[in-house]
Design a binder for this molecule. Structure first.
Ligand code: NAP
Ligand code: GCO
Length: 287
């Protein structure tokens, strides 16, 4: 019987991480490569794929990357076909590509709503559907979805995102329910507030150097009293992709520094000086 640490290895596995030119996707890919997997990624534009390829090269990770829009089934099927020919059959799919639009619901256009639902919920449906037949045939596969605090909670301005991420939690359970019999595990990572370009607007300092009110809000909602880093998610990403998690199915695992377990800090106990000393993030807002 293999030793327990061997069960976390991904040697020779083909891992497709969607939208992985930067941010969390890049971190997942880095972790998978270290565990022995071959990395495949797509992104929405050529400049992003180029940026990703340059990052992987810098990290010494051989990667196959191409433009492919996860909301377009024909592009996804073409992408999967090419990956199978050039790299191999996909063993691990991470439905990471996602967008957010922070707009009050009464001001949100139907186009904006549809765009978010399309990337964050329909994209994982399309990509999962594209890899499942081969996983069923091989009686083996791992699908990992990018859920969110918004799979459980609401907040102002993120109605479409919350609806999509809540739906993605149920898609996770349903893929588990339908395909668990074929030794396919579908689980989700539910990150809390992680410092990536997606959340950069929530951390920007004011002209006078003051902290963004949301930054203060998040630290006070998080027992760890900090934002998460991409490295915080790497261990779980490997675990959920590896044989070590073969009997875990249909679950969302939250990595949130304790947000979802906590009612929030009594404002009178907030230590402002601690926040002022906090690290700065060298992460810029998406252009
Ligand atoms: P990110 O920095 O915005 O990266 C997402 C990537 O997906 C970007 O490269 C994006 O391209 C790409 N993408 C967008 N639409 C696409 C499409 N139709 N087809 C293919 N690729 C597409 O996001 P992140 O912060 O790394 O987050 C990754 C995932 O985790 C997302 O699903 C997000 O919702 C989720 N998440 C993030 C956090 C957090 O705190 N950061 C917390 C919980 C969950 P563009 O640059 O053009 O948008
Ligand atoms: C927001 C945030 C989020 C996070 C994340 C939380 O505006 O509230 O961007 O939704 O990115 O998904 O888990």
């Amino acid at each position: 019987m293999a030793g327990v640490m061997e069960k976390f290895r991904l040697d020779g596995k083909v891992a497709w991480i969607t939208g992985a030119s930067y941010g969390l996707g890049l971190a997942y890919a880095q972790a998978y490569a270290e565990a022995g997997a071959k990395i495949v990624f797509n992104d929405i534009r050529q400049d992003l794929v180029d940026r990703g390829m340059a990052e992987y090269e810098k990290l010494g990770i051989p990667a196959f990357g191409k433009v492919c829009d996860v909301t377009k089934e024909d592009q996804v099927l073409e992408f999967v076909k090419e990956v199978e020919e050039k790299v191999g059959k996909i063993d691990i799919l991470v439905n990471n590509a996602g967008i957010i639009k922070r707009i009050p619901m009464t001001e949100m256009s139907l186009n904006d709503w549809n765009a978010v639902i399309s990337v964050d919920l329909t994209g994982p449906f399309i990509c999962s559907k594209a890899v499942l037949p081969s996983m069923i045939e091989r009686r083996s596969g791992k699908i990992i979805n990018a859920c969110s605090m918004m799979s459980e909670f609401g907040r102002e301005t993120v109605s479409a995102y919350a609806a999509a991420k809540g739906g993605l939690k149920m898609l996770t359970r349903n893929i588990c329910s339908e395909y668990g019999q074929y030794n396919i595990q579908c689980n989700a990572i539910g990150p809390g507030y992680i410092a990536t370009p997606q959340t950069a607007p929530l951390r920007e300092k004011g002209a006078d150097g003051s902290m963004h009110p949301f930054d203060r809000f998040i630290r006070s909602k998080t027992p760890a009293q900090r934002w998460g880093h991409t490295e915080d998610l790497m261990g779980l990403a490997v675990f959920l992709a590896s044989p070590a998690s073969d009997f875990i199915n249909g679950q969302v695992v939250y990595i949130d520094g304790g947000i979802s377990a906590y009612i929030g800090q009594d404002p009178s106990n907030l230590d402002e000086s601690k926040f002022a000393d906090e690290e700065e993030f060298d992460i810029k807002v998406n252009d």
